[in-house]
Write a protein that binds this ligand. Structure first.
Ligand code: MN
Length: 333
């Protein structure tokens, strides 16, 4: 997905160990902010990262959660070609189907319990449309910041369907990193973990986790006590480093579905503007300028396109939002 904000702020994100420690009890509760996805019948997305109270969990830098939304009411997802740099996108669906095309020649379907991992690196452009078969759209769009040493890497696309792992009545699918003896065979650039976890009503799960990781629990359905804090749909609970377990308890009158996200603190300061993860304002300007030139076909004849070969089937692409000459930097976290 594209960052749907019409006038996105530039957001500085950094890890707690960068002189940025916020006094927060373990089990910090992070509320979502609603952002319309655009169009006259806009579907709302709930954003829990980045926000003022926290901007990074490991290298996870952006969490948008959406639906369940009836496509007949919302019009579904129609995100035209748009660029990314310096990040990986993780697309995870609970229901519906999305057709993905990108500028490295990928044509793929995003479906429930299958992970699509797109590595933007130096630059990529992609489009996402919910298919006609989709009646209810429900999922999460997650971004991972790439570290300085690999953020300019070649773009890539990986598809992975994690096996179902059952433990104490819970159902876990590990789509990134390692958890409960399962390891996802996809490329990570910093230590990370990502897993969909479903608990039956009243279920209790104590998950062994890497104490060098910080974690977030994004609640999709139900009411869960995570790391000692009660949370419901759209909320995110944070657990700091230094814990070797993460406990989840389904306390409401229905099953619980969450995404468990974690990783080693990134330890780098990043700058997010629109769909770009950068380090400086100059880079943001350059990334935006390159996209506007390439989407309009005004790139110099001998110049190498940053975003690759835009698919021929694209009739339109998303323009980058306006960017003032000097970005107002808004630190988060
Ligand atoms: Mn996107």
């Amino acid at each position: 997905m594209s960052n749907p904000e019409q006038h996105p702020s530039a957001v500085i994100c950094k890890s707690e160990d960068q002189g940025n420690r916020i006094p927060a009890p373990n089990g910090q509760l992070l509320e979502a902010r609603e952002v319309p996805l655009g169009g006259p019948r806009a579907m709302l997305v709930r954003r829990t990262l980045p926000q003022r109270a926290r901007s990074l969990i490991g290298a996870w830098c952006f969490i948008d959660h959406y639906g369940p939304a009836e496509v007949s009411a919302s019009g579904g997802m129609k995100v035209e070609g748009h660029p990314h740099t310096g990040l990986q996108t993780v697309s995870w669906l609970f229901s519906g189907e999305i057709e993905h095309r990108d500028s490295i020649g990928t044509h793929a379907m995003v479906r429930p319990v299958q992970m699509n991992l797109m590595t933007a690196g130096h630059g990529i452009a992609h489009s996402e449309y919910s298919t006609e078969a989709t009646t209810v759209l429900h999922g999460a769009q997650l971004w991972v910041a790439l570290p300085a040493r690999t953020r300019d890497c070649e773009p890539a696309f990986e598809h992975y369907e994690p096996p179902l792992r059952e433990l104490d009545g819970a159902q876990v699918r590990v789509f990134l990193g390692s958890l409960l003896g399962e390891t996802a065979p996809v490329q990570m650039h910093t230590p990370l973990v990502g897993a969909e976890t479903v608990l039956p009503q009243g279920g209790l799960l104590s998950v062994p986790v890497d104490p060098e990781h910080e974690h977030g629990v994004l609640v999709d359905t139900g009411v869960v006590v995570a790391a000692g804090t009660s949370a419901s749909s759209g909320q995110l609970v944070y657990q700091e480093t230094g814990h070797d377990r993460l406990t989840l308890e389904a306390v409401g009158d229905e099953p619980v579905q969450v995404l468990l996200l974690g990783g080693a603190p990134l330890g780098e300061q990043i700058l997010i503007w629109w769909n770009f993860v950068a380090r400086t304002q100059e880079e943001v300007h350059a990334f935006r300028h390159a996209w506007e030139a390439e989407r309009s076909g005004s790139l110099e004849p001998d110049a190498q396109p940053r975003y690759g070969e835009l698919p021929e089937g694209w009739s339109t692409t998303l323009p980058a939002p306006d960017l003032p000459a000097s970005i107002t930097l808004r630190p988060r976290g």
